[in-house]
Design a protein around this ligand. Structure first.
Ligand SMILES: Nc1nc2c(ncn2[C@@H]2O[C@H](COP(=O)(O)OP(=O)(O)OP(=O)(O)O)[C@@H](O)[C@H]2O)c(=O)[nH]1
Ligand SMILES: [Mg+2]
Length: 226
């Protein structure tokens, strides 16, 4: 397995805003899914707007900056290679690293849908058991290869229901046919990551207030006893 960090030309110039401040938002996104579902096709489409056709099997982490609603956002995208999914250590590394996940299946490959169902459970369980904060990492489920709907074995409803049941975003797209759907999936995940961070911050804020209030009242109580 090779993990290579590659940066797009111009990334360094764009990693700072015009007024010299660091980027407002940065997110680590891991793409997971069975073999041949189009993880690399999705990644390359998002990075270059192009569909090349064949992608090889190099596992990579790419950095990419973009502007959403006038705000700069930087993505680090881990395009994983399928066989690594079964290796616990590797999986854990990805779970620790990622702020959010894009889980990809092919609408023509039922086994790849089953793999996504299992991956959703794994991510939910890992985060709940390991994190002090009960907010789980956001997930977007992507049914790819929509252009091959005549060979479909997974209905749109099944994809939507899985996402609904596990509180994930859902998109059915074709990396081969167009860029827009791919863009929506990445930006949809960015929105969810932003919401999750706000929730965590809110929870930490409330904990902080409770701690301060307890400290003040604890002090008053001990002063009253003196
Ligand atoms: N028709 C069609 N083919 C696609 C689409 N996306 C990817 N493919 C093709 O599916 C094959 C696998 O695509 P990859 O992007 O390499 O899949 P992957 O999930 O990265 O595969 P591994 O890295 O081997 O796990 C390639 O031949 C792609 O051209 C799509 O939306 N429609
Ligand atoms: Mg690949």
């Amino acid at each position: 397995m090779v993990v290579r960090v590659s940066r797009r030309p111009g990334h360094h110039q764009r990693s700072r805003t015009m007024d010299g401040n660091p980027p407002k938002f940065e997110a680590n996104i891991a793409l997971l899914g069975a073999e041949n579902v189009g993880k690399s096709a999705l990644t390359v489409r998002f990075l270059t707007r192009r569909f090349i056709g064949e992608y090889g099997d190099i596992e990579s982490i790419y950095s990419h900056c973009d502007t959403i609603d006038g705000r700069e956002i930087c993505f680090n995208i881990w395009d994983s290679v399928c066989p690594q999914l079964g290796i616990a250590d590797h999986n854990n590394k990805q779970l620790q690293w990622a702020d959010g996940f894009i889980l990809v299946y092919s609408i023509c490959d039922r086994a790849s849908f089953t793999a996504v169902e299992q991956q959703v459970q794994r991510i939910r369980q890992a985060r709940v058991s390991s994190s002090k904060c009960p907010v789980s990492a956001p997930i977007v489920v992507v049914g790819n290869k929509r252009d091959l709907r005549h060979r479909r074995t997974v209905s749109s409803e099944e994809g939507r229901l899985l996402a609904l049941a596990a509180d994930c975003g859902f998109f059915e797209i074709s990396a081969a046919e167009n860029y827009h759907g791919v863009l929506l999936a990445f930006h949809g995940l960015a929105d969810l990551i932003r919401e999750t961070r706000a929730l965590k911050k809110g929870a930490a804020g409330i904990k902080g207030i409770v701690r301060s209030v307890s400290a003040v009242f604890g002090r008053r109580r001990s002063e009253a006893q003196d």
